[in-house]
Design a binder for this molecule. Sequence first.
Ligand code: GDD
Ligand code: MN
Length: 381
Amino acid sequence: MKTAVIILPSYNEKEGLSKIIPEIFSLPIDEKIWDLRVIVVDDESPDGSGELVADLKKTYPKLHLLTGKKQGLGKAYMRGFDEAIEKHNAFVVFEMDADGQHPASLIPQMLEKVALGADFVIGSRYIKGGGLPKAWGWWRRLVSVVSNNWVARIGFMHFSIHDWTSGYRAIKTWFIKENIHHLTSKNNYVFQIAILDKAIKKHLNIVEVPLKFGLRERGDSKMNTFQFMWETSLYILQHSSFIRFAIVALIGFGIDFGVAHFLIETFHWQVIRANLLSMELAIIMNFILNNFWSFGHKKIEHKPLKIVTKFATFNFVSLGSIIIQAVGLMTLLTFVGDFVMIDMFGIAVRSWIVYKVSIIAIFIIPYSYFMYNKVIWKNKR
Ligand code: GDD
Ligand code: MN
């Protein structure tokens, strides 16, 4: 028998708690397999949520209460996880809203996924069978889909997870124990993204089950949308390999352009010779920066032969970008033409510049990011 602990963070959720707790304890759970317990992490809610839980404990011996000062959702979960691990020796912990938006009926299904080998189960609103409350208007839906979901999916260039921010999850505790330091620094709702990002980078077996997100019956959401969007953007900037990859690409472009210009203008090198050297310098720099920074979590093993072969492959992939650019430029110059497209403020923008920028945006960036992920810095499984 293994212990599963449901963590219900609550701030002024008396009504929700009074409904959800009896529901959880009446679920058809096989007690030979799972010992199901609940910890309410209440931050001294003025509405008396704590007293209610203390009262319910008389009926439900597997209900526990943890109280403390209000420090945000992430902190509340970390305290709950700690307690579940230290005092209850939990094998798996659940994240769940206390306001009734997460149907308890999903718990058995999530437990089954865990029993079948999943390390991280997500109640997902954006897969078939899941969804947002019908009563939500289009604006609220749009904000939810774009801000909660697409920002993270695009930011991390990881599309196989459909719901990045869902607050209904089952997570194996070995993972939490191993990554506690990464997680404790995120206090608010961005905590949800941080823990999932870590789980992906550690190659956990992540499974989504459809979640029909319910309406909040009482009270208001505690989420500050602007703070959440700001913290999410910052987190993605600091942790996404895609953004770092883009920064490295810009640095490479600077080196390539700068060195070529310098050699040609100052040392009067031939254009081709100067460009060959500047390109190779940019490639070397990009390889190093990507390996130790952008794709640092998938760093190439410290074996000389491995590094040399990967570097050769990297050159080959870079050659691919050069060929794509050359072919694209030639095609556009031949069929569309070489002319001055815009003439503004005394600056003439020649068509080849527009072509080059478009080719880079549409073909080179996706191509390189794909090749780096699938060929050079592959996921280790
Ligand atoms: N103890 C404690 N301390 N509980 C908190 C705090 C806090 O500082 N802030 C929020 N909570 C509790 C709430 O009382 C609720 O039970 C739960 O955490 C989630 O907060 P809600 O206010 O209901 O959030 P939401 O419904 O807007 O957001 C839900 O969806 C998000 C994605 O769209 C949650 O499931 C989020 O976790 C999720 O990221
Ligand atoms: Mn909620």
